[in-house]
Design a protein around this ligand. Structure first.
Ligand code: PEP
Ligand code: MG
Length: 325
């Protein structure tokens, strides 16, 4: 099998019926970077910047942040890299950042909520990103967006830092793309407003699933109780794909489901054309894609999801489809 994955590495990722799919990888530390070439990823769809903060015993200095981001862009060598701003709080606590204990940390003071309230932290990070990407493309993505207004504030912060650095003579990125993670179900009802403000979106299906079904993603007793290949969850994902198409905004998905071949198949059936996963999943997912009849699957899945109360679950349909084709 390993050999099969290896032989696929330099083959373009395309379904059997000719639909190109972009496979990206998730990363967070320098040690992940050699995987870009090893796994044959088209870019980094999710760079989790909080990892540098989590492995440190003191707050990483601005120049250490800049150095890491610059090294990541060097390693990517022109391939796109999407940097997610600090996703801390919740279960990702930093020992050197004082935070009061919370009863429901996943629903608490975390990620963009914290970043907008303590702007010093995010301002430093945004500056480090802007400087590291001098003369190159910079893609910045905000985690745990809940309301469109938060995104307006976050965009305004980037604009101010850009202006500030320009005034001091720093070379700025030659292209800036701003995106948001869709992780909070409330965003599903603001998709049109959201898309108007953004250059791209990425579905954080780990958190979206957790909040959609109200199941703690880290609690094994409940986390497997509901299915991410169930009709309600797939319909939610479809709403996002459709909104992206309406607004011509690229949509990707970077949660764990992207790395499971059967789920990745479902995503392509829903219309996703770009997904990001941990590097070891790229081979198995690519092996599935080159055998997939995307159009046929799309039709079958749409019939299932629109079709009232079919007897079988979407998961069963996907398993049957995979076996028959
Ligand atoms: C997600 O929520 O799906 C995601 C990619 O972010 P994280 O797993 O880092 O919360
Ligand atoms: Mg998340």
């Amino acid at each position: 099998r390993q050999e099969r994955y290896h032989s696929l590495r330099d083959v373009p990722t395309e379904t059997k019926d000719g639909v190109p799919i972009s496979l990206q990888m998730n990363a967070g530390l320098l040690v992940d970077l050699p995987q870009l070439d090893a796994a044959g990823a088209e870019g980094i769809g999710l760079f989790r910047t909080e990892l540098q903060f989590m492995v440190a015993s003191t707050m990483p200095r601005a120049r250490d942040q800049e150095r890491l981001y610059s090294a990541v862009l060097d390693a990517a060598n022109g391939r796109p890299v999407t940097f997610r701003t600090l996703d801390v709080g919740g279960d990702k606590l930093l020992p050197y950042l004082s935070q009061s204990p919370e009863e429901n940390p996943a629903l608490g003071y975390r990620a963009l909520r914290l970043a907008l309230d303590r702007p010093g932290l995010m301002r430093t990070q945004l500056r480090a990103l802007l400087k590291a990407a001098a003369g190159r493309e910079l893609r910045v993505m905000f985690p745990m967006v809940t309301e469109v207004t938060e995104l307006r504030q976050a965009r305004e912060m980037i604009r101010r830092e850009f202006k500030h650095l320009t005034r001091f003579g720093h070379v700025m990125p030659n292209r800036l793309k701003v995106g948001a993670m869709i992780e909070v179900p409330g965003l599903l009802f603001q998709l049109d407003e959201l898309m108007e403000l953004l250059d791209f979106v990425s579905v954080g299906s780990n958190d979206l699933f957790q909040f959609f079904y109200a199941v703690d993603r880290g609690n094994a007793r409940v986390a497997t109780r509901f299915d991410d290949l169930s009709a309600p969850f797939l319909r939610a994902l479809k709403l996002i794909v459709d909104a992206g198409q309406r607004h011509d905004v690229p949509v990707t998905l970077c949660g764990e489901m992207a790395g499971r071949p059967l789920s990745a198949m479902a995503l392509i059936g829903l219309g996703f054309r770009s997904i990001s996963m941990s590097p070891p999943s790229i081979g198995p997912v690519k092996a599935m894609i080159v055998e997939l009849e995307a159009e046929k699957l799309s039709e079958a899945l749409a019939r299932q999801l629109d079709g009232g109360h079919p007897a079988a679950s979407p998961r069963q349909l996907l398993v049957d489809f995979a076996e028959a084709n």
